[in-house]
Design a protein around this ligand. Structure first.
Ligand code: PLP
Length: 405
């Protein structure tokens, strides 16, 4: 029953389980002196990854002049650098099309607040990065999940997308490279989505925060494939490729029929103004990050930690009886399947809680990513090899204990 201290009803149905009740239990265990291995969020710093020294120096060099509020849309050097970066893909992007935010998270929140009316439908992949579903719900919209096909390398099912488009569908979210599945989409698949967006007049939201973390294939920016008449918002930032999650810095780039979208873009500007500006010191690193040597390539190529750890984790998980796992072609995660005949799990959050309590390993349960069935979990392959082997050894032991045959 609602009391005067109850949370607002708009939070009903809003979930963000990667920091859900199992994480609270992990914190309680840590406070009691236990050592927990956090494989539940893509936070790079605790695993020995740090922002490039050149970025740190750029922030330090500008710190003394970062005390004031900046332009709500971002500092000029950062916006120019972002525009220039997308121009290298042949895109017609200029500074006014770029908005800098406190991470991609804030920009997703601002865009959906500016865009979504009550009952508007937003197409979101299943599984997804759950912030999209949470914010589509919070803004009064209806998240409609389209299936990604595990047997087909977690590629979006275009027929499923087409069958779910209605007169209420406003936008489609594409997460490529994908969190949690590690899929990287081909030109054909992206073009298929772009064609659906054109035919049905949908806005495209392209979450490309892992665009530089690709092990197999190539990342193609969605905005290079959308029709000139399709409004496309591309999101990326410093958190992952530049190992600076805590700096809270990201960008959004609008392409397509911008004159027709003036009213929506004004709404975005209003929301940007209302929060004054994004974290200023971090913005001074954006130009440095996007130019010059891309040290992320050293982590992604064979022999690099990201590449080798993901491929090791993939192989070790597939050795566990009843567990199967698609390879990660990009990003930082694996989304293994627990065969329901071998693991008849009623509640995957409880299953993950058991893993935490017995092996001190925190993973995220699959339904937390809006996957419909309790038969997956997500693992972040960030620990170095020795720790990763131990962790997956612990998961294998727990699987032995929870397997029915
Ligand atoms: N989008 C995806 C697909 C992510 O995986 C994440 C973080 O894990 C974010 C957005 C949020 O990124 P940021 O740290 O820039 O807010």
């Amino acid at each position: 029953m609602a009391t005067r201290f109850s949370q607002a009803s708009r939070l009903q149905g809003v979930h963000y389980d990667v920091r859900g009740r199992n994480m609270v239990e992990a914190q309680r265990m840590e406070a009691a002196g236990e050592r927990i291995l956090h494989l539940n969020i893509g936070n790079l710093a605790p695993f020995g990854f740090s922002a490039p020294e050149t970025m740190v120096r750029s922030v330090v060099a500008h710190l003394a002049e970062s005390d004031g509020y900046a332009d709500a849309r971002g500092i000029y050097s950062a916006r120019t650098a972002v525009a220039n970066y997308y121009q290298t893909f042949g895109l017609d992007v200029d500074v006014p099309q770029v908005l800098i935010g406190n991470g991609v998270s804030e920009l997703i929140s601002m865009l959906l607040q500016a865009l979504v009316n009550y009952d508007d439908e937003i197409l979101i992949p299943a599984p997804d990065y759950p912030l999209w579903t949470a914010l589509a719900t919070l803004t009064g919209g209806v998240p409609v999940h389209y299936l990604c096909d595990e047997q087909n390398g977690w590629i979006p099912d275009l027929d499923d997308i087409a069958s779910k488009i209605t007169s209420k569908t406003r936008a489609i979210v594409v997460i490529n490279p994908n969190n949690p599945t590690g899929a990287v989409y081909s030109r054909e698949v992206l073009q298929g989505i772009a064609d659906l967006a054109r035919t049905h007049d949908l806005i495209v939201c392209a979450d490309e925060i892992y665009s530089k973390i690709v092990y197999e294939g190539e990342h193609l920016p969605m905005a290079t494939l959308t029709d000139p008449d399709t409004l496309c918002f591309t999101f990326s930032g410093l958190s992952k490729a530049y190992r600076a999650c805590g700096w809270r810095s990201g960008w959004l780039v609008a392409t397509g029929p911008l004159e027709q979208a003036e009213n929506l873009l004004e709404g975005l500007q209003l929301l940007a103004n209302m929060r004054m500006c994004a974290n200023v010191p971090a913005q001074h690193a954006i130009q440095t990050a996007l130019g010059g040597y891309q040290s992320i390539d050293d982590l992604v190529r064979p022999g690099g930690r990201f590449h080798d750890q993901l491929s090791l984790a993939h192989d070790l998980l597939n050795e566990i009886e009843g567990v199967s796992c698609q390879p990660a072609r990009g990003a930082l995660y694996l989304f293994p399947r627990l065969d329901p005949e071998v693991f008849p799990i009623a509640d995957d959050e409880d299953w993950a809680l058991g893993l935490l309590q017995s092996k001190k390993i925190l993973v995220s349960h699959g339904r937390g990513f809006n996957w419909p069935d309790p038969d997956h979990f997500r693992l972040v392959a960030l620990p170095e090899e020795k720790v990763l082997r131990e962790a997956i050894g612990g998961i294998a032991e727990y699987c032995d204990e929870t397997r029915v045959r």
